[in-house]
Design a protein around this ligand. Sequence first.
Ligand code: ZN
Length: 753
Amino acid sequence: MSPGSRRRLLVGAALAALAVGGSFRLPLPGRRFDPKPVVSLRLADREGRLLREVLSDEGGRCRWVGLEDVSPAVVWATIAAEDARFPTHGGIDPLSIARAAVQNVRRGRVVSGASTITQQVIRNVYRFPRTWPGKLAEAWLAVRLEHTLSKEDILAQYLNRVPYGNLAFGIEAAARLYFDKPASDLSLAEASILAALPRSPSTLNPFRDPGSVLHRQKSILDRVAALGIFPPADLERARRETVKLGSAEAKFRAPHFSDFVLARLPETLKSRAVEVRTTIDLGLQEKVEALLPNHLRTLADRGLSNGAVLVLDNANGEILALAGSRDFFDSTTDGQVNGVTSLRQPGSTLKPMTYALALEKGFTAATLIDDAPAEFATLQGVFAPENYDERFHGPIRLRSALASSYNVPAVAVLDLLGPDLLYRRLREAGFSSLQKAPGFYGVGLTLGNGEVTLLELVRAYGAFARGGLTVGERFLRSVRAKDGRELPLPEPTPSRRLFSPQVSYLITHILSDRDARVPAFGYLTPLNLPFPAAAKTGTSKDFRDNWTVGYTPRYTVGVWVGNFDGSPMRRVSGITGAGPLFRDVMLQLEAGRPKTPFPEPEGIVKTKICPLSGLRPGPACPSAIEELFLAGTAPEKECGLSHRPGPRRSNVQASLRRPRAVLSVETPLPGDVYKIDPVLRPEFQVLRLQASVSDEAAVEAVEWWVNDRLVGRAKYPYALAWPLRPGIHVVKARATAGTETVESRPVRIRVLS
Ligand SMILES: [Zn+2]
């Protein structure tokens, strides 16, 4: 039998089996079931390289096919998988309803779908709630639909409307997405795979988990066999056929970005567009997408599963690269969540805005701010901030306070300015995620107690890079209609002045000052780039989120690492977490380009100051440094400190000149409980002791002490494998930095046998 005559026979058989009378003869309004228009939308990068062809979506794009354009294998595999009595029932299936009812009564709620293909079409068109009344309405309309459309048309409705996962709606879109062929050419093996998908399009993903899909395919083939339509030889061939899936990555380039564009494309453009040229640079995008998982792999032992990167062009706000997660297609790590637009706590990344406001209000980069224990009244009670290194540093200049990211000075400054001022400025900068009243955040806003998105952060940092002017991000270059005409793009968000060029320049100068961050971060940090670049790190409470955001004159880059489920990481700082990835993205962006300094605006003066007092150097000052000031704000007073040797002086100088290395134990964490596994061999029962040192150049090796006994020495990266022993243990790390001995805080752990 030729394929054509077999198809006619099979469709004829289907038709003959249909057409059963019923009692509900009221027809349904036919227009609701009209085929959707046949359009496809091409998303392209800035050079016209294809990102995604949208064959269909819920907005009405669908390649509508009639049953004559669908392989009979699809028809029967679908009937077998979803509704074996479809050819004979009248819209509802009493047998399966009875079975479902028994289950529902047993469990006291609606658990079993038991929907016929007809009911599923109704559900797709009318979207009733999944309640008893909704189910009844669905059944009633299903019976009426059987009197309105033929069985053939109902099946066509089903095949053209249901979701097949990965944003493919309808059989034609699914066939092209998964098998690169039209639905008319699908084999029985392929059809049985597609028939498996509509039931759970979000979990059964052929690209991600072909094993589960093939498992379900086998059971569908058994059901097809039971229908008795195909000769056994056909079924045997289908069981043996090795199906070849198309590649997901090739069809979903820049997947989060494409989703982002599709979600924001105005309806007036979306309904008419055939090609959308976006701003993304596919070459850069693919490099960023490769860097992200590579970096996350090196952080895997710190309980970190995900990350996101955003790159904006400072000149016009164009999005050049956007990676929303480690792997879009990995549902086990919520890969489809977009980390660029998700709400997270920003840690210290809002401090530059706090200090910019302070500079506006008369502070200078040399103003001394006291870093000492202090308490602040908030709506949530008294708040006593601590620094990341768990120490206080005495009076320090604004420059050092920002560059070293100390918490107490930032809170003290905001307390003085009033937190409402920062709140209002952040809202103006586009932080629309800060939805609560300003009093809710209070002074904690500068330490990141609000929730913001990476997009908002990058947008705001971009304003510093542009001398204080905001530019809304852009993602469209051109949109072409079916007739070839270019459609007018939506008006860009008007640019507004957030800070003066001088204040912005001072913040940029501080954030790109590698010496100023040494006290907190040491000399060897990933933020030191071989070209002028400003950067700021942040870590949220309990190490849930870790950020690095920064810019060169050309680009602004934001990196977030963390977990979408909010589970904490283990002692990841901006320097170890997001920092190295930020660095690599920046190196990639600036490779082969001339080093460009940040342009200095008029109205900036350079003056010598005493590093301890921030005033003009006096005769007793042992040294002087240069500092930048807004014209008219340079100190006039001369330093009056005696600079006589004394305990306080040596202390402050030590911390300014030769920073003490801060040593901390990263694993284990205080209170950790370990259990010795009786099955594993003893050599596997070890705990990896891991220390971190703020100034790695100064510390050659770390000594590990457990219960005041030296158990070993470890050079960089300062890790030691320690055999687990039952009991309570106190772990400490100790090291020599120069002439000084530094010791970590003791960490108490329990090991159970
Ligand atoms: Zn002095």
